[in-house]
Structures are given as structure tokens and as C-alpha cells.
Write a protein that binds this ligand. Structure first.
Ligand SMILES: Cc1ncc(COP(=O)(O)O)c(C=O)c1O
Length: 368
């Protein structure tokens, strides 16, 4: 009897740093800084330094960070924001929350990120921002997208929720656009013990306004300059993230080790493997393979005790919540095809070579 392999093994990560987490959480209990506080402030400094950005403003989730990013750019009702239909829904939520319209641009089949070749034709006089996603931890092709943004004087917001520690042309992502947003959801590469997120920017005015917006639109307590939100990061999450951040580079290296093993051991199977673009150094938040018999493969994994996941089974333009946009099947054919075929394999720093071998055997048995 072999042990099951979970899709994600958070307990293994927690076990490795449990003492430090206990101490950090105990410190928060002692100082009672439960909303923001010194550990959050320290984490913001450390995270900004890690990214190479001037400012980091933390939030209670990546979704909140994205929402505030669009508010900082004064995107509002009647405006359009260009994004990808193949992402977690929160990218589009931010656009909807400010009353704007998500305008989707299909993805490249190789990288599954927004296709720069299709971007320019989606721009209209109503376009106020471009917000692609560094999906699965691999950067989108930033240079051609930035060039189009500059030509049309449009700000670039990077949804980097899945891509902390990822690089584009050798430089860590987070400062290519005006604002980048990260998620510290527990399963992310850098995860809190609860919800968390951040935006980073080199723009001081944006950072100052973001700090006010996350705290009820105020800089002086009980005086409110604009309608704001309760989007503060919890003190405990700042303490936890402070413990985890020093491990991130090592964890990213380990994720890349797992990806290399999969590449090597699966390359002769009928699966289509994720392709790392020449410009990218992926943080491998997700290792998504593709095959037309995806649903059967998923059942086969489950029957053999190997966890897997679907990121994502239905592109956003076909979701019920966006029926009002009037899209139909066939509008974004690449996203639709990838959504039908993708399956995410287990990938985390603690995954052993023996476990990888077992995942590979399960794949090979499927095709026997
Ligand atoms: C691409 C993408 N954008 C936004 C989010 C939202 O982040 P959060 O779950 O922290 O709100 C996530 C993560 O869940 C994500 O994967």
C-alpha cells in the first residue's frame, strides 16, 4: 500500500517551520496588534525589498489589492479594462467592483498567457488599463505588452497573484507595470495562515492612497477623505509571512526542481507539457499538463490516490456571472481549448523524487 500523494501538502510545509510560526503567532498574541501592526509593517518593507519595488501595501487578500489598484488608476463605470479570460475569476472581479467592463483577449496556446499579438485590436477609446495575469507562475511576455501600453498611454497592472518570485528576462516581476498585485492565499507559493495580499508600486502617491483606501479611506483616524474599505492585513498574517519570506527563494528552487523532473520523465508521453518561454523563469505555482482525454485522466489520478486539480475548467467569458457581457462559445477558442484539456499535477517544494516517480508511473499506466 503506497501513501496517497495530495495535490498540495501544506501540512508538510508548516511542519518544517512550525517552531518559528508558533513564536511569530505568540508574539502577535502578546502585542495584540491584530490589524496591521509592526509585523505587517516589517513584512511590507521586506517584501518591497524582495521585489525591488519602492512600496508594498498589504491587504486582506489579493482580490482587494487588485480592486484598489484599479481605484488608484481612477477606473470607473463606463471604462474598459483588458484582461485574459483564462485566469482565476478574481482578476475580473476587480474590474467589476469598480463598475468597469472586462474586455477579454485570447491567450497564447504555448504559455496560456494573454497573447500580445491580439492586444492592440482590443483597445478602444474606453480602455483605461491593461491587466494581464502571470498565470501558473510564468510571466506573460511583458515587453511587447508594455510597448503597446506606452503607445496608447495605458497603465499596465500585473496580476502577479500566482507569480511571486517569478522572473522575466532575469528580473523579478512586480515592477514592470504601474502596479503589481500579489496573493498570499494559503496555497500560494508564499501563503499566509489565512487570507492576504499586497500591491507593490514605485509610485509614492499610489502607495499613500492605497494605504488610506484599505483603512476606511482615512489617514487620520475618524476623518475620511474618500469612501474606503476595511481591507487591512491581519497582524498574525504579517507575522506568518515574515517567517515564510526568507524561505521563498529556496522553495521556488525546489518547485523548479520538481518541474524539471516532470519535464524529463514525461516528455515522451502523449501529454502536452507546460512550456517555459525563453524570457521566463517560472515560479511554478501550477504545473498544468494538457490532453484531450483530460477528464478520464483526472479520474485515473483520483483512482490511484494522486491529487490533481483543474485550473481552470471554464473560461471567464462563459461564466454565468458574466452572461451580461454577451459572449458565446468560440469567442476565445484557445482559452476554451486549454480549459477543456488542462490538468494540474502536484507541485510543491516538499514533493520527493519518489513521489514524482509515482505520479509519472500513474500517467504512463493511463496511456498503456
Ligand atoms: C490570478 C489570480 N488573481 C487573483 C487572485 C485573488 O487572490 P486572493 O485569493 O488572495 O484574493 C488569485 C488567487 O486566488 C489568482 O490566482
Amino acid at each position: 500500500m503506497t501513501d496517497n500523494i495530495p495535490y498540495l501538502d501544506l501540512p508538510a510545509q508548516i511542519r518544517g517551520i512550525r517552531k518559528d510560526l508558533d513564536a511569530a503567532i505568540a508574539r502577535t498574541l502578546d502585542n495584540c496588534s491584530f490589524c496591521l501592526g509592526p509585523d505587517v509593517a516589517q513584512f511590507e518593507k521586506d517584501f518591497a525589498k524582495f521585489i525591488g519595488a519602492e512600496h508594498c501595501v498589504s491587504f486582506n487578500s489579493g482580490t482587494s489589492a487588485l480592486h484598489v489598484a484599479l481605484l488608484l488608476l481612477n477606473v470607473g463605470p463606463g471604462d474598459e479594462v483588458i484582461t485574459t479570460p483564462f485566469t482565476f475569476v478574481a482578476t475580473s472581479w476587480a474590474i467589476s467592483y469598480v463598475g468597469a467592463k472586462p474586455v477579454y483577449v485570447d491567450i497564447e496556446e504555448g504559455t496560456m498567457n494573454l497573447d500580445p499579438k491580439l492586444l492592440e485590436r482590443a483597445i478602444t477609446p474606453k480602455t483605461k488599463a491593461v491587466m494581464p495575469v502571470h498565470l501558473y507562475g510564468q510571466s506573460f511576455d511583458i515587453d511587447p505588452i508594455l510597448e503597446i501600453c506606452r503607445k496608447h498611454k495605458l497603465p499596465l497592472v500585473e496580476d502577479a497573484a500566482q507569480a511571486v518570485g517569478s522572473k522575466y528576462k532575469g528580473k523579478i516581476i512586480g515592477t514592470f507595470g504601474e502596479i503589481s498585485c500579489f496573493s498570499f492565499y494559503p496555497g500560494k507559493n508564499l501563503g499566509a495562515c489565512g487570507e492576504g495580499g499586497a500591491l507593490v508600486t514605485n509610485n509614492s502617491a499610489f502607495a499613500a492612497r492605497a494605504r488610506a483606501l484599505r483603512e476606511h479611506g482615512s489617514t487620520v483616524r475618524y476623518y475620511h477623505e474618500e469612501v474606503g474599505f476595511n481591507y487591512r492585513m491581519e497582524g498574525i498574517q504579517g507575522a506568518v509571512l515574515g517567517v515564510k519570506l526568507p524561505h521563498l527563494q529556496k522553495w521556488t528552487n525546489e518547485r523548479r526542481r520538481v518541474a524539471r523532473r516532470y519535464h524529463k520523465l514525461l516528455k515522451d508521453t502523449p501529454l502536452q507539457l507546460p512550456r517555459e518561454a525563453a524570457y521566463a523563469e517560472s515560479a511554478y505555482h501550477v504545473y498544468a499538463v494538457r490532453h484531450p482525454r483530460r477528464d478520464e485522466l483526472k479520474k485515473h489520478f483520483e483512482a490511484n490516490g494522486v491529487g490533481c486539480a483543474l485550473h481552470y475548467p471554464l473560461p471567464l467569458h462563459l461564466q454565468k456571472c458574466y452572461a451580461n457581457l454577451g459572449h458565446k462559445p468560440g469567442d476565445f477558442p484557445v482559452a476554451e481549448k486549454v480549459a477543456r484539456e488542462c490538468l494540474s499535477l502536484p507541485i510543491y517544494p516538499e514533493l520527493t523524487d519518489a513521489q514524482i516517480q509515482r505520479v509519472v508511473e500513474v500517467v504512463k499506466n493511463f496511456f498503456k
